[in-house]
Design a binder for this molecule. Structure first.
Ligand SMILES: Cc1cc2nc3c(=O)[nH]c(=O)nc-3n(C[C@H](O)[C@H](O)[C@H](O)COP(=O)(O)OP(=O)(O)OC[C@H]3O[C@@H](n4cnc5c(N)ncnc54)[C@H](O)[C@@H]3O)c2cc1C
Length: 480
């Protein structure tokens, strides 16, 4: 295949079959798509979910802990459907930890990828959501300012699906982009956070690892970790290590290892001796370009051997460990963001801003794996900030909502709202907004926000009152 595609050929216009009709169609079954579909289906609407892979869960299946359930003051700030999902995962499959406080990440919730896939699918099926796997969203047919139908490609060929409201949960704003919604990518230079191919090791002595950090003498900075006091590791069996910078620098110098990361990032799994490694890093990858994605996948895989050599050769507890598997796909941190009715900014996050149309509360810091070098920028806001509904509502297209990491936010704000508990909370709001839009026969942009917020509260969603405490229905603004 040649590297450039300057040539084009004419594709003949043709009629394609309408494979299904729904009230609400969710495209993408990751953290945001899962809750969007569940919320949209809660009072009997016909809901479909199209997913290109053979499972739901998105990035919740690549060995990552769910971040964002706890706020910077230690209280739980994501509840509602995300909490129901995690509780069921924990209760029925031993597939989730408690929400554990973490000085760096506020809270971590470990999840077992296979249990995520199964529980998510069970919940969707019980809710009556029609899930269509192996089906790639490929385009839209517009009917004026509305999406008349979406086009899919699969083993069944090219087909259409018609829906009254579409919720784009692809993470890449694929639907919004194809429908003509303005989108942005990356920082001011267009640089996007680099992707990572996660991988897993077994046979790690995680107690030795954590106690070597906990017991390290203050002068032995080698074992100390970024922002997390060493004592933390003495008390916690499930943890994330972020740091060991000097140890890794030593390994690079002594062994000539090529590791494009300044920090060692190790996440304990739920199974004994299993850890996930978040250290490959493929700068310059564009997750919306198949050729670039392929290059990223190849480069990410090529980085693994040196990282494993470093871990086994230098990091306490890894001496008897072994490589077991990679994640099913390259993890994409950042691609397109829509430009919606409101663009969330760094100032909104750092000022812990309240919004009248808040549909979720978040607290995770701005966490940017810098596009151009091997480092990371972290900025905390001190408490919580609201996610406004208007950031889920795109410009130009009437019957579309967007949830997850591609909502309307700047590069910096996206660095904060992208974690999975927050994405699930946004999905829940989008699903409920779609339902209200259809029941009230109004475009998502025109729904009664108080009604959305009232329903959110009724379903156990955490929202803030003006004093910053947990809101109740009494805190809602009275009808105009
Ligand atoms: C390496 C890495 C580390 C991270 N670390 C953490 C962490 O520790 N904790 C945390 O909470 N968050 C972390 N994040 C962020 C978080 O994982 C994502 O921001 C979050 O999963 C986004 O959720 P989403 O629902 O928007 O999209 P995704 O999780 O990306 O899900 C999108 C879904 O849509 C499907 N899809 C996409 N395009 C199409 C299409 N055209 N047709 C059909 N289906 C489609 C995909 O297959 C996928 O299932 C990390 C991200 C990465 C990449």
């Amino acid at each position: 295949m040649s590297a450039t595609a300057a040539r084009s050929i004419q594709e003949p216009a043709r009629s394609i079959p309408v494979a299904a009709e729904y009230d609400v169609l969710v495209v993408g079954g990751g953290p945001s798509g899962l809750t969007a579909a569940l919320a949209a289906s809660e009072d009997g609407l016909r809901v479909g979910l199209v997913e290109s892979r053979s499972f739901v869960g998105g990035n919740m299946t690549i060995g990552l802990p769910v971040l964002g359930f706890l706020g910077q003051k230690g209280n739980q700030i994501i509840d509602g459907l995300p909490e129901k999902f995690i509780s069921r995962l924990r209760r029925e499959r031993d597939g989730a930890s408690e929400h554990r406080p973490c000085p760096l990440h506020m809270g971590i919730t470990l999840v077992e990828p296979e249990a995520v896939k199964t529980t998510a699918l069970e919940m969707l099926t019980e809710a009556g959501v029609e899930v269509l796997f192996y089906t790639f969203f490929a385009g839209v047919v517009m009917d004026g300012d509305r999406i008349g139908g979406i086009i899919t490609e699969s083993k069944s060929g090219r087909q259409a699906i018609v829906a009254k409201v579409v919720i784009d949960c692809t993470g890449d704003a694929d639907v919004a982009y194809r429908a003509g919604v303005p989108t942005e990518k990356g920082n001011e230079q267009g640089g996007m956070q680099p992707p990572t191919l996660m991988f897993c090791l077994g046979g790690v002595d995680t107690d030795k690892l954590r106690m070597s950090i906990a017991n390290a003498p203050p002068e032995a900075r080698t074992y100390l970790t970024d922002f997390i006091p060493a004592e933390y590791f003495g008390q916690n069996h499930q943890f994330i290590v972020v740091g060991l910078r000097e140890l890794m620098a030593k390994a690079k110098q002594e062994r000539g290892l090529k590791i494009p990361n300044e920090r060692t990032i190790i996440i304990t799994g739920l199974k004994k001796g299993e850890v996930w490694i978040n250290m490959t890093r493929v700068k310059g990858t564009d997750g919306t370009d198949a050729r670039s994605l392929t290059k990223g996948e190849i480069e990410g895989r090529a980085q693994i051997d040196d990282i494993v050599a470093y871990l086994i050769g230098y990091v306490p507890g890894f001496e008897g460990s072994y490589f077991t598997k990679t994640a099913p796909f390259l993890g994409i941190r950042e691609t397109r963001r829509i430009v919606g009715q409101y663009v969330m900014t760094q100032e909104d996050v750092l000022a812990c801003r309240h919004f009248d149309d808040a549909i979720a509360v978040a607290s995770y810091p701005i966490d940017i794996h810098r596009p151009a070098d091997d480092g990371c920028t972290l900025i905390w806001c001190g408490d919580c900030y609201d996610i406004p509904y208007r950031s889920l509502v795109p410009q130009k297209v009437e019957n579309l909502l967007v949830a997850g990491r591609s909502i309307s936010a700047t590069h910096e704000a996206m660095g904060a709202i992208r974690v999975m508990a927050t994405c699930m909370a946004m999905g829940e709001a989008a699903g409920r907004a779609a339902k209200i839009s259809i029941r009230g026969n109004r475009a998502p942009a025109d729904i009664d926000i108080r009604e959305l917020r009232r329903q959110q509260l009724e379903h156990g969603v955490y929202l803030r009152n003006p004093q910053g405490g947990r809101a109740t229905p009494n805190d809602l603004a009275p009808a105009a």
